[in-house]
Write a new protein. Structure first.
Length: 278
């Protein structure tokens, strides 16, 4: 079973008179199978043919405009046909062959807005749209087809490129990555500067130590007394003890300071405590 949709598009009066016929063939079986139908002889249920209809309904084709009733004279209130006719009259075809709807304030639009929601029949109405064909063929002039294809391809390329550049989320993510990269580079530079400063400080200490050792050797050579190995060890041990003594004195002074601070705090609390008289 197939459905055929024909669209006839004509250009504006100011342009050369050319006609373009687009034929879109709809294969209903292929469309249903793409949505999960098992094929002819099966119901629309996924697994059980007893649920639903496995055979098509045999219905008489309606070829008049007398409404849904059985009487032929009932023609006064065909609001559904009028609504559909109103929508069909608003269909226009653009230069690219696309169908657009120009009616924005019709009866079906009023139903969508909810102004006629008190009628249950209006609420149960199903809004439809354009059903694209599964296989399309076109019969037109070569020049027009080439121009329309180039126009469509240009529009598609523009539509493909526009979201990539105009998406605010992408721009924000690129900006964040750029800021993070700059921060990483700055951190790396600061780390390199700190490493250079530490290396220079070590070199300076080593140079001072070497200069002090040479100065001591020069003083000993000028005095004419050569220092023995044992004397050198004794002198270094004395210097070490003096350093340890200084460190010990420093720790003791700090301890005494903390004790005095604690005593002062206790005295301050005793002064602030209120005195009760019996």
């Amino acid at each position: 079973m197939t459905w055929t949709l024909l669209t006839l598009a004509s250009t504006r009066p100011s342009e050369p008179t050319t006609n373009k016929i687009s034929v879109a063939v709809m294969n209903a079986s292929a469309l249903l199978q793409s949505q999960g139908w098992r094929g002819k002889g099966h119901s629309l249920h996924k697994t059980d043919d007893s649920i639903g209809l496995a055979k098509p309904l045999l219905l008489n084709r309606k070829d008049n405009t007398k409404g849904l009733g059985t009487t032929q004279h009932f023609t006064s209130d065909q609001w559904w046909m009028n609504a559909f006719d109103e929508q069909l009259k608003g269909l226009e075809t653009s230069k690219e062959g696309k169908v657009t709807q120009t009616v924005k304030t019709g009866k079906l639009n009023a139903i969508e807005k909810g102004s006629l929601g008190k009628y249950s029949l209006y609420l149960s109405f199903v809004r439809g749209g354009f059903l694209e064909g599964t296989s399309k063929t076109s019969a037109s002039d070569d020049d027009e087809s080439s121009s329309s294809s180039s126009t469509c391809s240009g529009a598609d390329n523009a539509s493909d490129e526009t979201p990539a550049t105009s998406n605010p989320a992408d721009r924000q993510s690129k900006k964040d990555r750029k800021v993070a990269r700059k921060d990483a580079e700055k951190l790396k530079e600061d780390k390199a500067k700190d490493e250079t400063a530490r290396r220079a400080e070590k070199e300076e200490k080593r140079a001072k130590k070497e200069a002090r050792r040479r100065r001591e050797e020069k003083q000993l050579s000028q005095s004419g007394v050569e220092e023995t190995r044992e004397e050198r060890k004794a002198r270094k041990a004395k210097e070490k003890r003096s350093k340890e003594g200084k460190l010990k004195d420093k720790m003791e002074r700090r301890k005494n300071k903390e004790e005095r601070r604690a005593k002062k705090k206790v005295r301050r609390r005793e002064k602030q405590r209120p005195a009760f008289s019996c």
